[in-house]
Design a protein around this ligand. Structure first.
Ligand SMILES: *Cc1c(COP(=O)(O)O)cnc(C)c1O
Length: 450
């Protein structure tokens, strides 16, 4: 049996309609080098979405490979439940040093969804256990179109109907606020004064009404990723911080997608000098090599969990592979590369180049909106540019563009009608150009055919 046949026979792929998948020949990636992926036949593709938003310095990065190997010579795994290991300790120190000031304690886990579960459980438990308990504060505010992972707690604060609706009756109750979606905003007034904008006003009304029962507000800072690369206007995050302070709500920043340089700074919160009470990081933490995640909290939150053993204030949570040593060693090497190669500094002209070369997409008849936040880009395709009427779900416009791009040597994955581009930070200008040329051609061809 060929690999393709065995793949179809045995694997149930994530976020994939297997009926469609099995009606085609699957693409099997065997190798990666830099920003390129190679299939089992040696065909070469640009990795246009960083292997699902993970890869940072490219595939087969020497320093990361070396760190992996050298940790392996010591130990592959040892637990953090009641024990510790050097890589976890060194990494925790480094992460706390680069995180927004005030986040002083770090809880390890192994993927983005778990880092969010942990944030929610910590926030919930904090109000019960703090010196002056407020046990009524146990619900959460999240945003429409939000994505925080696929486990049941993370889905409870998820706002994407398509992914989350089916499970609604299984979930805890969450209050949903509107995230600014400027392209589809019906308000006429502009948001130059963000503190007077409709989104902020509506959010304040919602918080004011509910704050007595709200433990925390969870947000994807600056940009909603899986919701369709929806970029918030400047100042919005800062306003959210202000409202959380005003109404005594914990701010949880989900930096799982935005962390590690993706928006141009190490963390998105830095851009508005916002310090969250809790911060979730994962995806890029190991440079996209292996699963690792962390939830960072402020000292006052950590302290609410201290007490005599019999008080049962312990945070009863942990995963088998929490803070895996290989993950931590590779994550340390990842941070070293950021420093040594001045990754963030070198990103500035690339982001500018990306932006300039995206401008030509507006000439395409069906590109309604071009959204960019650093190295995170979304092109929203519409049936009619003037009326902004979207393509129907079953027209599969995003999927068709993606398939066309693949024929020309680019691997991307759409979010509905939004074409997502999120290449590794190590991509070079000429590679950005090559990627955009393929996307431009693919959008033109597919939208003209339909
Ligand atoms: C991907 C993502 C998650 C979930 O991370 P996993 O590692 O896939 O569980 C959570 N939050 C955001 C913002 C994400 O983009």
């Amino acid at each position: 049996m060929s690999l393709e046949e065995k793949d179809k026979k045995y694997i149930w792929h994530p976020f994939t309609q297997m009926k469609d998948y099995c009606s085609e020949v699957p693409l099997i990636i065997e190798k990666g080098k830099g920003v390129y992926l190679y299939d089992i036949y040696g065909n070469k593709y640009i990795d246009g979405v960083s292997s699902l938003w993970l890869t940072v310095h490219g595939h087969q990065k020497k320093e990361l490979n070396d760190a992996f190997r050298s940790q392996l010579k010591k130990i592959a795994h040892s637990t953090l439940l009641g024990l510790s290991h050097p890589a976890a300790i060194e990494l925790a120190e480094k992460l706390i040093n680069i995180a927004p000031k005030g986040l002083t304690k770090l809880f390890y886990s192994d993927n983005g969804a778990t880092s969010v579960e942990i944030a929610l459980k910590i926030a919930f438990q904090y109000w019960k256990q703090k010196a002056d308990p407020e046990p009524k504060k146990k619900n959460f505010i999240a945003f429409k179109n939000a994505y925080h992972g696929d486990t049941v707690g993370a889905v409870s604060v998820g706002g994407i109907g398509l992914f989350h609706q089916c499970y609604r009756s299984l979930l805890f109750k969450t209050i949903f606020a509107e995230y600014p979606y400027c392209y589809r905003c019906k308000e006429k007034h502009n948001c130059k004064n963000i503190n007077k904008s409709r989104c902020v006003n509506k959010l304040e009304i919602l918080i004011k009404k509910n704050h007595n029962k709200i433990a925390g507000l969870i947000i994807e800072p600056l940009i909603q990723g899986a919701g369709g690369m929806i970029v918030a206007p400047p100042g919005f995050l800062d306003e959210v911080r202000r409202l959380c302070d005003k109404y005594n709500i914990l701010l949880i920043a989900d930096e799982v997608a935005t962390g590690f340089g993706r928006t141009g700074t190490m963390f998105a919160c830095e851009r508005e000098n916002v310090i969250p009470d809790i911060m979730c990081i994962a995806k890029g933490i190991t440079g996209g090599y292996i699963p690792l995640a962390a939830t960072l909290v402020k000292e006052n939150i950590y302290k609410a969990f201290l007490g005599d053993y019999k008080e049962m204030k312990t945070f009863f949570h942990g995963h088998s592979y929490t803070g895996n040593p290989i993950g931590c060693a590779v994550a340390l090497a990842n941070l070293k590369i950021f420093k040594k190669e001045e990754t963030l500094k070198r990103l500035i002209p690339k982001i500018e180049y990306f932006k300039n070369n995206l401008e030509k997409f507006i000439e395409l008849e069906h590109v309604g909106d071009i959204r960019q936040c650093g190295m995170m880009v979304g092109l929203e395709l519409v049936k009619n540019k003037r009326t902004k009427v979207p393509y129907l779900w079953d027209e599969k416009i995003g999927i068709k563009v993606t398939k066309e791009a693949r024929k020309n040597g680019l691997i991307i994955r759409p979010l509905g009608n939004v074409i997502v581009l999120m290449p590794p930070l190590s991509i070079l200008k000429n590679e950005i150009k090559a990627m955009l040329d393929i996307v431009h051609k693919a959008i033109k061809k597919v939208t003209e055919e339909i």
